[in-house]
Design a protein around this ligand. Structure first.
Ligand code: FES
Length: 575
């Protein structure tokens, strides 16, 4: 066990000199008694609250519960804000700023007198950003997610965040519903605090932190407004004090085994493709080598057990009442798909946490022997179009399109797409492959969630519901379709995607993990000679820094100089 002297906070608060005066005195200005500086664990509560992040607006309340837990366990809590990334308002995409927010979290933790930290995240990028930052410091850490919203209710039906936005938007464009109905759904979809209640990226990442063992059991599914969410926050506050006393750092939890558990959990929940990028980025921060190949190797043969939108019909509230993630992890464990000895932040192994987990509704959480969908882990594609890889989420795709050859219909960028997609004269039919360029990390910039291109209205009206779509973009975790994403290298970095022309033939064969452009090498060479790299969107500021240093999707789209960790060293005194 670490002694009080070894704690980081002692370098601030235990000093008997001018510096100790400075470090303590200003903190006391809000009524903190002197006995709080007696060497007890100092716990940071890293809060991504913001009114600009609607999914996280209840976090002040959540932070109070964490604070109470820390106090109950004899710790000294200090809450601090970091940059918050709201998926719905922030443009051009929250993903552009994930790495910036991670730097904020990392430097805020290291530069302050913190011995442990509780991270509060909810909306999509708020989870990976602050966990990446914490990983680069590597002090005892617990994650508390904000929890999903209650199910959307519209005209007697459940409607899910994102998923039904996409489907109702298609219905509107196909003339199947009126604008009044579309507007009415707007107020029915998001009716409580919390993040998206489909198995989108937020719920996926909440499930990822639970399966990584960095969150307490139950973290993924309790609704934001469920009292158990607040209890979980309070228990996290208590528990982080113990983790500091036992010096259980994040690197003890985030091991290769933990990441492999998370990859399998992602397959079992039919989770978001965004988890691929985020987990690779988090792993590389903590020093675990995780690659696209691991996703395919480890996730292969794992079935989707969870019948949730966007792959199925239920929502996170139903998932919670059916038993939540522990019931899923138990299925994986009983079928040889879980590293049972992986340590979690409550001090038990992951298997000890879930071995007795009950399932109360087998239509929501299926068994491994009778899954909802078979062998649906993320598949990694290779070929001359994506030498560094691309991914597809089979659970959200149309099975008959998983092997397909088609004529390319090319959109040079997202503006070109919007300009032409509604044109009745667009030369496209259901067998074509829609190709979108320049939406990757550098190209957009920030790799926006535009890969699930809406289908042309003229085909929607004919009843077409899915087509093969390929791009260097990401797609919302709430979206669906036969959509190939994260093509690496991206078009704006000179990848082969930049060379695709209208009329080329593209072959997709998911079983063979193949994505191939049927154009000769000689022709591709000629096209490459004519290609010009697009200029960065901005020449200065963070956008410029991002453009010059962002890695490709297969490496987690982190900034190259942020990979790895600097540790928890105590910086020099500030005066
Ligand atoms: Fe915040 Fe979906 S918009 S989680």
């Amino acid at each position: 066990m670490a002694t009080k002297k070894q704690r980081r906070s002692a370098a601030w608060f235990s000093r008997q000199d001018i510096y100790g005066f400075i470090y303590r005195s200003w903190v006391r200005n809000r009524g903190v008694p002197g006995d709080q500086f007696d060497g007890r664990p100092v716990i940071g509560i890293c809060n991504t609250w913001s009114e600009l992040t609607p999914c996280n607006t209840h976090f002040r309340v959540l932070a109070e519960h964490v604070r109470n837990g820390v106090l109950e366990a004899g710790g000294f809590p200090l809450e601090f804000p970091v940059m918050s990334l709201g998926e719905t308002l922030l443009r051009p995409t929250a993903m552009l700023y994930r790495n910036l927010a991670s730097m904020d979290a990392e430097e805020s933790i290291r530069g302050n007198p913190l011995d442990g930290v509780v991270l509060l995240g909810g909306c999509d990028k708020t989870t990976p950003s602050i966990l990446m930052g914490a990983a680069s410091v590597d002090i005892p850490t617990i994650f508390v997610s904000g929890g999903p919203m209650l199910s959307g209710k519209y005209r007697g039906h459940d409607i899910g965040s994102g998923t039904n936005v996409w489907s109702m938007s298609e219905d509107l464009r196909a003339g199947k519903i009126t604008l009044e109905e579309f507007h009415e759904a707007e107020s029915c979809m998001h009716r409580s605090h919390g993040h998206c209640m489909t198995m989108g990226t937020a719920s996926t990442m909440a499930s990822m932190v639970e399966s990584l063992g960095v969150a307490l059991p139950g973290n993924a599914a309790y609704p934001a407004v469920d009292a158990r969410r607040n209890v979980l926050a309070r228990m996290a506050g208590r528990r982080i004090v113990d983790l500091v006393k036992q010096d259980v750092r994040l690197s003890r939890i985030l091991t290769k085994k933990a990441f492999e558990n998370a990859i399998r959990a992602n397959a079992a929940i039919g989770g978001s493709t965004n988890a691929v990028i985020h987990l690779i980025a988090i792993a590389r921060r903590i020093g675990v080598e995780l690659t696209l190949n691991d996703w395919d190797r480890v996730g292969d043969g794992v079935h989707t057990l969870v019948n949730l939108m966007p792959n199925g019909k239920y929502l996170m509230e139903d998932f919670c009442y059916a038993g939540g993630l522990p019931a899923v992890l138990r299925e994986l464990g009983e079928n040889g798909r879980l590293h049972k000895d992986a340590l979690t932040v409550n001090g038990s192994t992951i298997w000890d946490n879930v071995r007795n987990a009950e399932c109360w509704n087998r239509d929501v959480i299926h068994t491994f022997k009778s899954p909802f969908k078979k062998n649906t882990g993320i598949k990694v594609l290779r070929g001359n179009l994506c030498p560094a890889g691309a991914i597809i989420k089979p659970s959200a795709a149309t099975p008959k399109l998983m092997k397909h050859r088609g004529r390319a219909v090319v959109f040079e960028n997202i503006e070109d797409f919007h300009k032409r997609i509604d044109d009745p004269a667009l030369d496209i039919d259901a067998s074509c492959v829609m190709v979108l360029k320049n939406c990757g990390p550098k190209g957009y910039p920030g790799m926006a969630e535009v890969g699930n291109m809406p289908l042309p209205p003229k085909l929607l009206k004919k009843g077409v519901t899915d087509m093969v779509r390929i791009s260097d973009a990401r797609m919302s975790g709430t979206a669906y379709g036969t959509v190939v994403l994260h093509i690496s290298p991206e078009a704006a970095a000179g990848g082969a995607l930049a060379l695709v022309e209208n009329g080329d033939t593209i072959e997709l064969d998911v079983a063979k993990r193949k994505l191939q452009l049927d154009v000769s090498n000689a022709e591709l060479k000629k096209r490459k000679a004519r290609w010009k790299a697009p200029k960065p969107a901005l020449q200065r500021g963070y956008w410029r820094l991002y453009h010059d240093h962002v890695l490709q999707a297969d490496q987690g789209a982190d900034l190259d100089f942020l990979v790895g960790k600097s540790g928890a060293f105590v910086p020099r005194d500030n005066h």
